[in-house]
Design a protein around this ligand. Structure first.
Ligand SMILES: NC(=O)c1ccc[n+]([C@@H]2O[C@H](COP(=O)([O-])OP(=O)(O)OC[C@H]3O[C@@H](n4cnc5c(N)ncnc54)[C@H](O)[C@@H]3O)[C@@H](O)[C@H]2O)c1
Length: 336
């Protein structure tokens, strides 16, 4: 199914539940270059025969300027010009770096995504934020620019390791926490194994999550206000992820646990236990013994910081989030 969504800067065409092989029907392989990572390439290279392919090393540690330079050199070698479309086939690392490279190569070429992880399908591929990490600072360099298309082929998930399913469900739970109580209840009633088994239900769940993210981004593409809600769990989560190198979904889960505690104190939130329980049900850690001082130091460089406070995402209740400036002094109480 094809659906075009209008963001304030540009339209994006979503293709849902269409085999990757059909991509050639809408895009001439001769004018496209695929960027993917070594894991995905090794599992899905049979689909890539008609395309020029650039393969990057897998993992967050490679979402860096060094990799960007390497990709740009390969684009030059492949003869990529302003008419080339760069296609990111992969998880959030590949989609983020694809959008970033496409945004700067020859001052901008068009690009599209074929997300291959749950996380990229429900979150990273949507919204046009593309960036790289510098040192311990996640996504500190980047730009906001929309892909021309996002292509969903759920069959690509057949090779996704269980650990990555768990990671992706952290963002699904995040969406439920900030925007959709009904989805939260639906998640409570199932286990991850159900979604892995039942393709129809999974497709529906992914569409619901796409709709949540699209709606938030449509209202605030350049993150002046409401788009910040999507950062629920991410302030502590990103800091912990980069300090300890634990997986993104696990870090966000820990961040959501801390955000619940802060919400209890500053927004009268009373449903922390339900959220911690759901995180555990999906194999995610609700807490972690981290170094408070080091974490605070990383958060001081967070993009949501303003002076001595940070725009923090809190919950009033499940399905209803709010943004509140919280001082670093107040936050330090939760890092002790
Ligand atoms: N731009 C945004 O708005 C946004 C939003 C959320 C997250 N992100 C970014 O997304 C990244 C995390 O994304 P991720 O969790 O998808 O990580 P990832 O891209 O590192 O993928 C996780 C692992 O799974 C492997 N993999 C991916 N698809 C596979 C498949 N189908 N079969 C087998 N292996 C597969 C990858 O090689 C990798 O080892 C972070 O860098 C985060 O900052 C961006």
């Amino acid at each position: 199914m094809k659906k075009t969504v209008q963001f304030s800067s540009a339209p994006v065409t979503f293709y849902f539940d269409v085999a990757f092989a059909k991509l050639r029907d809408v895009l001439d392989p001769a004018s496209a270059i695929i960027l993917t990572d070594e894991n995905i390439f090794s599992k899905h290279k049979k689909y890539l025969k008609e395309f020029q392919v650039i393969v990057m090393p897998a993992g967050e540690a490679n979402k860096t300027q060094k990799t960007v330079d390497h990709i740009i050199l390969q684009l030059i070698e492949a003869g990529a010009d302003r008419n080339t479309t760069l296609i990111g086939l992969g998880g959030g690392v590949v989609t983020d770096i694809t959008g970033y490279v496409a945004g700067i190569y020859m001052r901008g070429i068009s690009f599209g995504f074929v997300p291959t992880t749950i996380l990229a399908m429900v979150d990273a591929a949507i919204g046009g934020k593309n960036g790289i990490d510098v040192g311990v600072y996640k996504n500190i360099a980047g730009l906001i620019r929309q892909p021309s298309f996002i292509w969903y082929d759920y069959n690509l998930l057949s090779t996704l390791p269980n650990e990555e399913w768990i990671n992706g469900f952290a963002e699904v739970i995040k969406h439920a926490c900030i925007k959709d109580r009904k989805m939260f209840v639906a998640l409570q009633q199932q286990k991850l194994s159900f979604w892995k088994r039942d393709r129809v239900s999974l497709a529906k769940l992914i569409r619901q999550n796409v709709d949540i993210k699209v709606k938030v981004v449509q209202q605030d593409e350049f993150e002046k206000a409401d788009r910040k809600l999507l950062n629920f769990g991410h302030t502590f989560g990103h800091a912990i992820e980069n300090l300890y190198g634990i997986p993104h979904g696990h870090s966000i889960s820990i961040g959501m646990g801390i955000a619940c505690k802060i919400s209890e104190k500053l927004a009268g939130f009373k449903e922390t236990e339900s959220i911690l329980q759901l995180l555990k049900q999906y194999g995610l850690p609700p807490s972690f013994a981290f170094d408070g001082g080091a974490t605070m130091k990383v958060m001081q460089a967070d993009k949501k910081k303003q002076g001595q406070a940070i725009h923090f995402i809190l919950l009033e209740k499940i399905g209803k989030a709010l943004i509140k400036p919280v001082s670093f002094a107040d936050l330090s109480e939760f890092t002790a």
